[in-house]
Write a protein that binds this ligand. Structure first.
Ligand SMILES: NC(=O)c1ccc[n+]([C@@H]2O[C@H](COP(=O)([O-])OP(=O)(O)OC[C@H]3O[C@@H](n4cnc5c(N)ncnc54)[C@H](O)[C@@H]3O)[C@@H](O)[C@H]2O)c1
Ligand SMILES: O=C(O)C[C@@H](O)C(=O)O
Ligand SMILES: [K+]
Ligand SMILES: [Mn+2]
Length: 355
């Protein structure tokens, strides 16, 4: 019996609603397979934990996660209770940085059974490689003075190592896909870090003569994801640009509640972390209507990462089958609840695994 130890952090808001559903799907996967088992170790960390303990996770939080095969996370943030920068940096970013999860891979593709908000989406299928360890997400800076003299300075940090490894990762992915990498820049407005980003992109692209490469200012690229998403294959972007582009990617699939993500540790020293693109959605929390597809598809990415790609593919097949049957949550035009969609996915999974 193969056993995978998974650290589970449902987190806040709808993270607490979609996580149990994704775990049900993974348990069903294990049952169907028969020869593998998941050991889920769940941690109640997040904003409510913060109110009690004044920190988002315990002091030894990272060491409690360190030996797991993967970390499965829901969402972090409860802005009414805790400022967002405190909650994000106290948990999600702490794990990304502490465990050197330097790459964030986020696919967007047209799923069978979902109407994209685009009138003519064609068959788009692209991956965003988001630099996940530095860039605009930086603690370097500060605030001084007050009143009308108040000043805020936020320094972005771009290192050759960090930029290069994100781009290398993107080119390697493109080699296994359509052979095309697009870089998101903004070297017209951001005069130091983005020309540097472009230089590194040029250097890395020269190592991959068989891969087509292009550079776009991120504003234009965001527009192209709306007007012609089918022309992209792999997109490499800085931490902030990648964050924004992947919400666009999820939106053109049909809903922010669908997009999956993988925070990848490349050096093998620490576990990788899997969490959907969406946040804690306080506006719909508690109503049982959150779309579980983002969390469940994220579970598929975790299965792929563990080497269980066949099972991962079955999960996506089951998701698409259920959407095609019209069993959907309200964000994508349906009337089903979070639980009903998950029940249907589990039933579908049993049938797609039989054939
Ligand atoms: N990775 C993360 O944990 C993460 C990501 C984004 C935002 N956040 C945090 O989440 C909180 C809310 O942020 P936000 O409102 O900007 O983004 P959000 O992704 O939580 O919500 C944006 C919109 O999308 C909808 N939505 C999101 N997921 C959905 C789902 N699964 N099903 C149906 N609808 C869904 C929400 O109802 C909302 O209208 C903040 O505290 C923010 O910091 C965390
Ligand atoms: O800014 C972040 O990275 C948090 C969230 O928006 C995400 O996309 O994971
Ligand atoms: K999330
Ligand atoms: Mn985001």
């Amino acid at each position: 019996m193969k056993k995978y130890n998974i650290s589970v952090i449902p987190g806040d808001g709808i993270g607490k609603e979609v996580m149990p559903e994704a775990l049900r799907v993974l348990r069903a996967v294990a049952d169907i397979h028969g020869g593998l088992k998941f050991e889920f170790d769940s941690h109640p960390w997040g904003c409510e934990y913060y109110l009690e303990h004044n920190q988002m996770m315990p002091e030894d939080g990272l060491s409690r996660l360190e030996n797991s095969d993967a970390i499965f996370l829901g969402a972090v943030g409860y802005p009414k209770l805790v400022p967002d920068h405190v909650s994000l940096w106290g948990l999600l970013v702490k794990i990304r940085r502490g465990f050197e999860q330097v790459i964030n891979v986020r696919p967007a593709k047209q799923l069978v059974g979902i109407q994209s908000p685009l009138v003519n989406p064609r068959d788009f299928d692209f991956l965003v490689v988001r630099e996940n360890s530095e860039g605009e997400y930086s603690e370097v800076g500060g605030r001084i003075h007050s009143g009308s003299d108040e000043i805020a300075i936020q320094n972005a940090v771009f290192t050759r190592k960090g930029v290069e490894r994100a781009m290398e990762y993107a080119f390697k992915l493109a080699e296994q896909r359509q052979g095309y990498v697009a870089s998101a820049t903004k070297s017209n407005g951001i005069v130091h870090s983005m020309p540097f980003w472009d230089d590194v992109f040029r250097d890395v692209s020269e190592k991959y003569p068989d891969i087509k490469s292009d550079s776009f200012h991120v504003d234009a690229l965001a527009a192209f994801l709306v007007t012609r998403p089918h022309t992209f294959d792999v997109i490499v972007a800085s931490n902030l640009f990648g964050d924004i582009l992947t919400d666009v990617g999820a939106a053109i699939m049909g809903s922010i509640g669908i997009g999956p993500a993988a925070n990848i540790n490349l050096n093998g020293k620490y576990p990788s972390m899997f969490e959907p693109v969406h946040g804690s959605a306080p506006d719909i929390y508690g109503q049982g209507i959150a779309n579980p597809v983002g969390q469940i598809w994220t579970g598929k990415m975790m299965l792929d990462h563990l080497g269980e790609t066949e099972l991962g593919d079955k999960v996506l097949e089951a998701i698409e089958g259920v959407l095609e049957d019209g069993i959907k949550t309200a964000d994508i035009g349906g009337t089903s609840s979070t639980t009903e969609v998950t029940d249907a996915i589990i039933e579908k999974l049993k049938s797609v695994c039989k054939v």
